[in-house]
Design a protein around this ligand. Structure first.
Ligand code: COI
Length: 355
């Protein structure tokens, strides 16, 4: 796929890059940002001209609706560098599509395709030195939109800001990941905003996740709000369960995010002849499979987390340890996926886009 450069973006470059002050070996996820950002405002019913400018704070009215009603959405994407110094994006069209679906659900304007895709491409191009070579080195990209219109009346804003910021990153989780299966808290409910990448979906998880962290667990696997019997999604990722040699993952729904990594893994697994079932996965069946030894793996899948094996889980205060496998499907799929992303293997699905 190639992106057309038919629209204009203003570019104001910084005179002093901070890249030389960054230690790329000891990055903590999402805490260092590149020199530039993209900004584009929506006013009087239309998007203005995007500008790429030095990364800096900006002022907002204290009554801006993003502060009061959380009218905010975001995406997570990455850029990768291959051995020939070429920089690649992975399925940016999918992020654009989901971003605009999130916008509709949050009563925000859809962003023009070219602003998102061309803006992304030009911003990454300007920051290509921030994308380091080698598996595991990435540039994490965070497009987002906030309601900047002022006034605390509880109604959608008429003014919005679309931005892209970028952060060099290694892995999201630094150690082993153990999870708690939720018995009381939920991530989302039917009719709610679970399928949107809305900021509030993530902050709502902070408190239950903090409780899990205090017990020594890194994440929660959410169960459905109505019955708490179906396993849905983890805090920062979709979840896969391997029983014997079949993978199971919950179908996308009003409650579950349509993950780009999730759908890419399903396609790669099926291409490899691995059976994948998208269907409700029940707590009971996972507990029984853990007890009889047929539960081989659980892993999370997300842009930030990539493919993250889960070493064990707790349910009703009983801890179930997962076996350590020689033939992990999670690691096999991670290898396939990352080799496509870093242009180290044939991209038979046409997913990668050169910057
Ligand atoms: C991502 O994986 O990119 C996400 O958006 C999850 C985020 C909470 C880190």
């Amino acid at each position: 796929m190639s992106l057309n450069n038919t629209h204009e973006i203003d570019i104001v470059k910084t005179s002093s890059s901070k890249i030389n002050s960054v230690d790329f070996e000891t990055l903590s996820f999402g805490s260092t940002f590149t020199d530039h950002m993209l900004v584009c405002d929506f006013r009087e019913g239309k998007w203005g001209k995007p500008v790429i400018k030095p990364y800096e704070p900006f002022l907002l009215d204290p009554s801006a609706k993003v502060f009061h009603y959380g009218q905010a959405i975001f995406e997570g994407m990455k850029a990768y560098k291959d051995d020939n110094d070429e920089v690649w994006l992975f399925r940016p069209d999918q992020n654009l599509d989901r971003f605009n679906k999130s916008a509709v659900r949050m009563a925000m304007p859809e962003v023009d395709d070219w602003i998102f895709l061309e803006g992304l491409k030009q911003l990454v191009d300007i920051e290509r030195d921030w994308v380091k070579k080698g598996l595991g080195n990435t540039l994490y990209i965070r497009p987002f939109m906030i309601a900047i219109g002022s006034g605390v009346i509880a109604a959608p804003s008429t003014q919005y800001r679309f931005m892209i910021i970028m952060s060099p990153a290694k892995s999201y989780y630094s150690g082993e990941v153990k999870v708690i299966i939720a018995e009381h808290f939920s991530r989302a409910a039917n009719g709610g905003i679970g399928a949107a990448k809305a900021a509030g979906n993530y902050s709502a998880q902070f408190y239950p996740t903090k409780l899990a962290n205090e017990k020594g667990f890194q994440q929660i696997i959410w169960t459905d709000d109505a019955t708490h019997t179906k396993l849905e999604e983890a805090g920062t990722m979709n979840v896969f369960f391997r029983i014997n040699d079949t993978l199971f993952t919950a179908p996308v729904s009003e409650r579950i995010l349509d993950g780009v990594t999730r759908k890419s893994l399903i396609a790669l697994a099926q291409h490899e002849g691995i059976k994948v079932e998208e269907r409700s996965v029940y707590v009971d069946e996972i507990i029984n499979a853990a007890k009889d030894g047929s539960l081989k793996e659980i892993f999370g899948a997300g842009t930030a987390a990539v493919v993250n094996p889960i070493v064990g889980f707790s349910y009703q205060d009983t801890y179930y340890e997962l076996p350590k496998l020689e033939n992990s499907i999670a690691l096999q799929l991670k290898d396939k996926l990352t080799k496509v992303q870093y242009n180290m293997a044939e991209d038979s699905f046409g997913w990668t886009v050169k910057v």
